[in-house]
Write a protein that binds this ligand. Structure first.
Ligand SMILES: Nc1nc2c(ncn2[C@@H]2O[C@H](COP(=O)(O)OP(=O)(O)O)[C@@H](O)[C@H]2O)c(=O)[nH]1
Ligand SMILES: [Mg+2]
Length: 296
């Protein structure tokens, strides 16, 4: 199955519930109750009440309201901040537990390696030996290298070692994996802040990118997660995973709207190849029912 099909299938739950509440065809003018249904549908898909209202207020003013709604949704996702270039390029990956950080790092390592880049991964999730082993398996499959220390080691120390080694051995890309943590755990958030600081000490200007991995099925809580992590590690981009599952796709719109952070990649499965660059148009096409945007 192609990426697009997997995304489209993953978002089909959202799309079908949207379809039930969208008018069956595009019209020039919709009734108040039709608008109300659309607003409810967007909120149920996790777009957030404020964004749903804003999108509808704008669409209502237009002669092709559903087309404008669609275009503005796509525009919300269209955040073109370029990825900083550097050698070594240092990427820090963070997020709550189980969102897919380690899997995504495996996929990214695979992608960069396929581009002919020399990739080094730092196993700074030192909580469980199993976490390091899981990462090591991905890294090996991807044809990259890993820096690890003993279970329980200071994650900042692992990050520092990784970068020092990456510079010494002429790596192109360095990715630091971190343990999952909830944003309300102050000591773990302080630990993450230290990892961030130490990366900057190991290499001026690093990390060049900080990607927050969000599980696409998280819903509304993703907003709080992104907000809190951003305060600590100055997030530069988002990765949204598990969009092949039962993701309520609207949350991505809300995150982009609220934080103006680009979605860098999306995860659509559990294998190394299941990572795709984010494409706002494909995303909206997967999320919205076809009838929503057909010409009247
Ligand atoms: N279906 C699906 N599962 C994923 C995706 N990304 C990660 N997973 C699964 O989510 C679970 C947690 O992933 P992991 O990388 O260990 O999360 P971490 O705790 O953030 O490092 C694993 O079972 C992964 O296979 C994805 O894009 N799609
Ligand atoms: Mg992990």
């Amino acid at each position: 199955m192609s990426f697009f099909n997997r995304l489209s299938q993953g978002l089909s739950k959202s799309r079908n519930s949207l379809a039930a509440m969208f008018p069956g065809q595009a019209k020039e003018k919709l009734s108040d109750s039709e608008w109300q249904d659309i607003e409810d549908a967007l909120i149920m898909a996790d777009c957030g009440a404020q964004l749903a209202m804003d999108l509808i207020a704008q669409a209502k003013k237009s002669k092709q309201p559903l087309k404008i709604l669609r275009d503005n949704m796509q525009q919300t996702l269209n955040i073109n901040t370029p990825i900083q270039e550097a050698k070594p390029f240092v990427l820090l990956v963070a997020g709550v537990n189980g969102t897919g950080k380690t899997t995504t790092i495996g996929k990214l390592a695979n992608m960069y390696a396929a581009q002919g880049k020399k990739v080094l991964i730092g196993a700074a999730d030192t909580f469980r030996a199993a976490a390091v082993e899981q990462l090591a398996v991905w890294v090996e499959r991807a044809g990259a290298d890993i820096v690890k220390q003993a279970e329980g080691a200071d994650p900042a120390s692992v990050a520092f070692d990784t970068i020092t080694r990456g510079i010494a051995k002429d790596y192109d890309v360095i990715i630091i994996d971190t343990a999952g943590r909830v944003q309300t755990d102050i000591s773990l958030m302080n630990e993450l802040a230290k990892v961030y600081r130490v990366i900057g000490k190991a290499l001026d200007g690093a990390p060049h990118e900080v990607w927050h991995v969000v599980d696409g099925g998280t819903g509304q809580n993703a907003v709080v997660q992104v907000e809190k992590f951003r305060e600590i590690i100055h997030t530069t981009g988002l990765i949204v995973t598990k969009l092949d599952g039962t993701g309520k796709g609207g949350v991505v719109l809300q995150l982009c709207d609220k934080f103006k952070l680009p979605v860098r990649y999306v995860g659509v499965g559990e294998t190394l190849e299941d990572l795709m660059p984010f494409n706002p148009e494909a995303y909206i096409d997967s999320l919205l029912p076809k009838t929503a945007t057909e010409k009247a």
